[in-house]
Design a binder for this molecule. Structure first.
Ligand SMILES: Cc1ncc(COP(=O)(O)O)c(C=O)c1O
Length: 447
């Protein structure tokens, strides 16, 4: 899609200092800001009117593209009709409608939706549901949670405890007790330059059996993994790995949680990656793409049996002591409904599936450029590992992201020395070409 600049020039703020920016090198940013002021379809625009092709769907979230009219209109109409409805003991109709629409997209009997406001909250919600589920069924000894090295599950204490990224954990104390981790599935020696899911690595799921032998199944509540470990640098699941995890969880009565905060809503060519892999997890965390990033929203899909397990005792008593003031916020629900309409009307999940091959082909053409150690295209996602500068791990990736923004009109994410891409699903084949032309020039420039 082509985009023209939607609104008048915005001014650059005089004082950047008061804003403590999240997951940002604040001093470097404030010395040379990367500011965006407006957006439309595949593009951002800087305050001085420069156009940037969005190679990262914002932060893996604007799957339908930016400022799409039906979503904008739905948010505007909802804001005018009803700003807020209490989420505890009261509700508004769009919450039910959206829950039904999401459940209809989910595989198997994942048919109940608990709403929250972010991916981190979705993860905490899923972990709490898993623990409480075992409790209500009389299995209160199942308190252990299993995550995975290099996993990213947001920044709540639950999420960083099961997550496996050392910088996100090491400053924050003892985290949750009783957590253990599977190994990362990434092994460059075995998997480098694989298109899609690698052949090597399904056996790593057997580690769950080892953890069961160590802790005993009667102490383990749930395993949480991302079907594609995206934030850590785009590490696709090895072929057969997720299916194996499902089978081992079934054998031991352990709940399997898929964190689909990034993979949900089309990123992997399906409504949920669970469908791509033919695996029905017990709980799915989602966020980001549900509103195409337009209004914060997250949630957890639960299988029928899990919801039903809570529906007992006197009817006037709350069944799950958990929720957020802004669960199922009316603006988010209106945005979510309009977003799901757009995904369906424009066939965006199917479009992502069709674009996967040309996307991967264009990505693999970067092989052989200086410092490129691995290229991992999967779905409409991509990780490119660059060799670190000897004296400064992460600097080459940072320079590439910064240069892309300031000199090449491209937004990408730098994750250490890995470049991560995940464009909106409306991207055209010529825009794919444009991204990779720019990337080739950027990779050479940071050599
Ligand atoms: C898999 C996964 N889980 C959870 C989160 C956290 O989401 P949020 O930043 O909305 O809290 C993210 C964010 O990227 C994610 O990728």
């Amino acid at each position: 899609m082509t985009s023209s600049r939607p609104s008048a020039a915005a001014s650059v703020p005089n004082d950047l200092e008061p804003y403590w920016m999240p997951f940002t090198a604040n001093r470097a940013f404030k010395a040379r800001p990367r500011l965006v002021a407006s957006a439309k379809d595949m593009h951002y625009f800087t305050p001085d009117g420069r156009k940037l092709l969005d190679g990262s769907a914002g932060l893996w979230c604007t799957n339908a593209g930016h400022n799409r009219d039906p979503i904008v209109k739905a948010i505007q109409a909802q804001a005018a009709e009803m700003d807020y409805a209490p989420a505890f003991q009261f509700a508004h109709p769009k919450a039910f409608e959206l829950a039904g629409r999401i459940a209809a997209l989910a595989p198997g009997d994942l048919d109940h939706v608990f709403f929250c406001n972010s991916g981190s909250e979705a993860v905490d919600t899923a972990l709490k549901i898993a623990l409480a589920y075992h409790n209500v069924r009389g299995n209160g000894s199942r308190v252990r949670l299993i995550g995975r090295e290099r996993g990213y599950h947001g920044v709540g204490f639950g999420g960083i405890a099961v997550g496996g990224i050392v910088n996100n954990r090491k400053m924050f104390g003892a985290l949750l007790a009783g957590v253990d981790h599977l190994s990362t599935t990434y092994n460059r020696a075995e998997q480098a330059f694989t298109v899609g899911e690698p052949e090597w690595g399904a056996h790593l799921a057997d580690e769950l059996d080892r953890l069961v032998a160590l802790h005993d199944a009667s102490t383990i509540a749930a395993v949480i993994v991302e079907p594609l470990a995206a934030s850590t640098g785009v590490l696709p699941a090895p072929k057969g790995y997720l299916q194996k995890l499902r089978a081992i969880c079934d054998k031991h009565g352990i709940l399997l949680i898929f964190d689909e905060v990034i993979t949900g809503f089309g990123r992997m060519g399906y409504a949920f990656a669970a469908e791509r892999y033919g695996v029905v997890p017990d709980l799915i965390c989602f966020a980001k793409g549900i509103t195409s990033g337009s209004v914060p929203m997250g949630g957890v899909l639960a299988r029928k049996g899990i919801y039903d397990a809570f529906m007992r005792g006197p009817e006037h008593v709350i069944e799950l002591f958990h929720g957020y003031t802004y669960s199922a916020h009316p603006l988010a629900c209106a945005a979510g409904l309009a977003t799901l309409d757009l995904y369906r009307e424009e066939g965006l999940f199917e479009r992502a599936r069709k674009l996967e091959a040309p996307w991967a082909q264009a990505a693999m053409a970067l092989k052989g450029l200086p410092n490129v150690l691995d290229i991992r295209p999967v779905g409409l996602c991509l990780g490119i590992d660059l060799a670190s500068r000897p004296d400064a791990v992460g600097k080459r990736g940072f320079d590439a992201m910064d240069l892309a923004f300031h000199e090449h009109g491209l937004m990408i994410r730098g994750v250490g020395d890995t470049l991560a891409l995940s464009p909106p699903l409306i991207i055209s084949e010529s825009q794919i070409g444009e991204i990779f032309d720019k990337l080739a020039r950027i990779i050479k420039a940071v050599a």
